[in-house]
Design a protein around this ligand. Structure first.
Ligand SMILES: *[C@@H]1O[C@H](CO)[C@@H](O)[C@H](O)[C@H]1NC(C)=O
Ligand SMILES: *[C@@H]1O[C@H](CO)[C@@H](O)[C@H](O)[C@H]1NC(C)=O
Ligand SMILES: *[C@@H]1O[C@H](CO)[C@@H](O)[C@H](O)[C@H]1NC(C)=O
Ligand SMILES: *[C@@H]1O[C@H](CO)[C@@H](O)[C@H](O)[C@H]1NC(C)=O
Ligand SMILES: *[C@@H]1O[C@H](CO)[C@@H](O)[C@H](O)[C@H]1NC(C)=O
Ligand SMILES: *[C@@H]1O[C@H](CO)[C@@H](O)[C@H](O)[C@H]1NC(C)=O
Ligand SMILES: *[C@@H]1O[C@H](CO)[C@@H](O)[C@H](O)[C@H]1NC(C)=O
Ligand SMILES: *[C@@H]1O[C@H](CO)[C@@H](O)[C@H](O)[C@H]1NC(C)=O
Ligand SMILES: *[C@@H]1O[C@H](CO)[C@@H](O)[C@H](O)[C@H]1NC(C)=O
Length: 434
């Protein structure tokens, strides 16, 4: 009997090490742009696969780097929260805690680094390289382009290992290049860096405002459980980051079970507000679509060009993908997201689905012997078609989420009417001055 009970008491520990219940996994997938990679839901009524008579002729991948450590600015919140608890260990020892918070009695410390790709991030990109090879065996890419930031470069390298094998650095016909991420390099990966009027605070101010609304209730709840510790809203923020970033670094975090589903969803909304505000529809005027137009124009240029490469493999950021979606007019909400809270529980702008770590935006240009006439285009975002609603015309378009390439080009006339440094760009962004 004793043995039985002591084994049983070990069970929760074993179970906690891996996300077992699908509800738990689902909530971990609601950590916005800090979610581990997971496929997006297939939209209802849309086929995941193209008809059997269709052939993909050209592909472009824009990948996000994999799971990473917190940014240095985020790590401070986690550390401060940890120190606060560490200095209050007597109070923590006395507290009557629910089972989900018992780990605090052991003393929670953090060894998280910052900014760089984590071990799970390496695995995500390696797997994506393998899967890309298996999904498009008809192609053999001859180039890889990475935004010039360490975690992006390392992500592209792990992808290359999965795609080509370890021989890849020695394949002389394959060019690995980097494009600088700075304010003097025009790039469709980091277009905001050459837009002087762009300001991160367009998004950050909204998240600060929303944080003042949703964080206090969580802080109050935690302080009730932990009398004498004196957690602040910044510490609560740190605990939410600890959940997301322990997961990103170790695949598991004791903090994730501390929060209710509603609390995690409120944190997700904060992350959506940040991305939508700084890299999406909530930028002022037409700044969002203007920034994303650089990529959309590149896409149209390559898919219109008979001598272009059949495959382009490129790596950047969540921000890159959100600006592109904004130029395309996809995942757009009316009314726009509000800093005073989620108005529409079914909002379309969802960074959890759009830009988790290792997100993959895949564009396919295809032709079919009978299902469709002429060249067509499809967007597969995180393994699920994202219907091109702004150019869909036929019932087949709706069934597959596709558009004729011509209709896609016409519907993107906002993008094609702009090029970097022209009058429209300068009037939105200010004169770039170089
Ligand atoms: C972390 O703590 C330091 C020292 O108390 C403080 O100066 C800083 O503002 C805190 N940062 C955050 C993000 O809470
Ligand atoms: C107590 O707080 C200080 C300053 O914030 C920190 O350096 C120290 O590590 C904390 N102690 C513990 C045990 O966490
Ligand atoms: C891709 O091309 C490289 C260089 O020619 C070659 O070494 C490699 O075997 C090719 N891989 C496939 C799967 O065709
Ligand atoms: C690449 O080529 C160099 C020089 O021939 C060789 O030393 C190295 O082992 C090769 N690397 C791989 C991964 O094949
Ligand atoms: C680019 O950034 C540097 C500092 O990082 C600054 O000194 C310079 O003025 C900026 N240049 C432009 C064109 O914005
Ligand atoms: C962000 O908020 C600060 C402080 O309230 C304000 O000074 C600044 O103008 C705001 N920035 C933007 C881009 O909204
Ligand atoms: C078409 O692609 C080829 C090969 O990449 C390139 O040299 C050429 O400039 C492209 N043409 C246009 C109009 O973009
Ligand atoms: C794009 O096309 C639409 C429909 O033809 C037209 O109303 C709109 O003015 C065009 N926009 C631009 C920027 O050319
Ligand atoms: C926009 O700004 C760039 C960079 O300063 C300048 O070269 C270009 O002439 C400007 N474009 C227009 C149409 O004024």
């Amino acid at each position: 009997m004793m043995l039985f009970w002591s084994l049983l008491s070990l069970l929760p520990l074993l179970v906690a090490a891996v996300p077992t219940s699908s509800a738990e996994e689902k909530i971990w997938d609601s950590l916005g742009n800090l979610s581990p990679y997971h496929p997006a839901p297939i939209p209802v009524g849309v086929s995941a696969d193209l008809p059997a008579d269709c052939t993909v002729d050209q592909v472009m991948l824009m990948g996000r780097h994999g799971s990473r450590f917190p940014l240095a600015s985020e790590l401070v919140y986690i550390q401060n929260m940890t120190y606060k608890l560490g200095n209050a260990s007597a109070a923590v020892a006395k507290a009557k805690l629910p089972s989900s918070m018992q780990f605090l009695k052991e003393g929670y410390t953090t060894k998280l680094g910052h900014d760089d790709l984590s071990a799970p991030g390496r695995l995500e990109l390696f797997k994506h390289g393998v899967n890309f090879r298996l999904k498009y065996p008809q192609f053999n890419a001859t180039s890889i382009l990475a935004g010039g930031q360490d975690r992006v470069i390392e992500s592209a390298q792990w992808f290359a290992n999965g795609y080509y094998g370890r021989i890849w650095p020695n394949i002389s016909s394959t060019v690995f290049s980097e494009i600088a991420e700075d304010n003097v390099t025009v790039s469709w990966i980091t277009p905001m860096d050459t837009c002087p009027k762009w300001d991160y605070n367009y998004g950050n101010n909204a998240t600060v405002a929303w944080g003042k609304i949703y964080l206090p209730a969580i802080t109050k709840r935690l302080n009730k459980l932990l009398p004498g510790v004196g957690l602040t809203d910044d510490d609560t923020h740190g605990a939410l980051y600890a959940c997301a970033y322990d997961l990103a670094a170790y695949d598991v975090s004791p903090w994730c079970d501390v929060f209710t589903t509603t609390e995690i969803k409120d944190f997700e909304y904060e992350l959506d507000l940040l991305m939508d505000g700084a890299f999406g529809y909530n930028l002022p005027g037409v700044m969002g679509p203007t920034l994303g137009s650089l990529y959309v124009n590149k896409l149209i240029e390559r898919f219109s060009n008979a001598s272009a490469e059949p495959v382009y493999l490129e790596f950047g950021h969540d921000t890159t993908i959100d600006m592109i979606l904004t130029a395309l007019g996809l995942a757009k909400d009316t009314p726009p997201l509000s800093a005073s809270g989620p108005v529409n529980p079914n909002r379309k702008f969802r960074t959890s689905n759009q830009v988790p770590f290792a997100a993959q935006m895949v564009w396919e240009k295809f032709t079919c012997s009978s299902s469709f006439q002429g060249p067509q285009i499809r967007l597969v975002l995180n393994d699920a078609p994202l219907p091109l609603t702004t150019c869909a015309q036929s019932k087949e378009d709706k069934a597959y989420g596709t558009c004729s390439f011509d209709a896609f080009v016409s519907s993107n006339n906002f993008s094609t009417s702009i090029s970097w440094g022209d009058a429209a760009w300068n009037s939105t962004c200010g004169n770039p001055g170089f």
